[in-house]
Design a protein around this ligand. Sequence first.
Ligand code: GUN
Ligand code: ZN
Length: 433
Amino acid sequence: MTAITAYRAAILHSLGDPTQVGLEDSYAYYEDGLLVVSEGLIADIGPAEQVLARLPAATPIIEFKDKLISAGFIDTHIHYPQTEMIASYGEQLLDWLNNYTFPEEGKFADPAHAARVASFFLDELLRNGTTTAMVFGTVHKASVEAFFTESDKRNMRMIAGKVMMDRNGPDYLLDTPESGYADSKALIERWHKQGRQLYAVTPRFAPTSTEAQLAMAGRLLAEYDDVYLQTHLSENKQEIEWVKSLFPERSGYLDVYDHFNLLGERSVFAHAVHLEQEECERMGETDSVISFCPTSNLFLGSGLLDLPKVESHGIRVGLGTDVGGGTSFSMLRTIAEAYKIQQLQEHKLHPIKALYLATLGGARSLSLDDKIGNLSIGKEADFLVLDLHATPLMDARINNSQHLFERLFVLMMLGDDRAVSETYIYGKRQYQK
Ligand code: GUN
Ligand code: ZN
């Protein structure tokens, strides 16, 4: 990496949640912009004419003609071990787990398999413009070792954890309260804050953990105050009934996690499509986060998240692909399905709000907005070069559009990995189409 480099193109980034600050104050757009990166961090940004006037002499300038620079996408929920079982036919959640997911995750007992899939998975994220993700491993400690090793090689900011599950799964996929605790602890000591890597305590979901194991998850959070928690919540109606029968003494699904002190500002709950009113209130009160996973919720027939409703409780929301329950690595495709899910409920999802959810909103959901999420000065330089003319159809439709919002919406409805020309991680190009 040269010490300092400037990139010239149209630039669009999110500055705030349009729902909170209003549309006009929620983004910045420079039709002819300049982004300056020094030592992996954003050093300057603005209209090219202004930034050029204050640019240190002899700074190399890379121009992207007809392209759009954006902050990297942030995927707040995904399973790397499910990469090679994406698009498995015919089932809803519980049968899908038993018939497809668990056997696939069993293969990660082999560290060589884990290393190969982790490498493929991270390259696939880069191809799709995803620069940060919150990632499930499998129950095997080595699956997370392999993941962080590959992520660290690419210098990507990733959050990941070893799945804790000690019941209601096949024997070959179960740990114990003690081994789940010890393996998680060893991974935290080895990887949390090692370079850009961060750890998430990862009980799979309430049905696959005993009370003793959920207590151990709570103990880890108490021992390490800046690690994350990731799990699943209220995804599928049969699942919710099952949780109620397994934990009859708890008032509902969320209360199971609450009882073991698993709620909080670093706790990310995937799906949460069927929350009760009190559960929404409790999520808001504890500053817990929802990962909205549109392609998964449709593919597994789980349900429709009411985004304005959960946001009205002050709950932070990020977007997740949930591969392999989800059907695409692309955050653009994920946005397109999020839009349609809101349409079915007569809500609008503005393209600037969608951009927020996929970037700054994701960073806020992961409490990383001091480091990533937009292109503000001082942040880590994870950014994308997007091609709004990537396909003949996109080209024709973009050429027939006027306003920025219209072009952005077309990108979101028609775009996918083909629209990602280049992906930069910490100021270094890690992918070029
Ligand atoms: N609930 C428990 N495990 C899983 C999983 O792997 N994927 C999804 N979508 N939901 C889950
Ligand atoms: Zn999931």
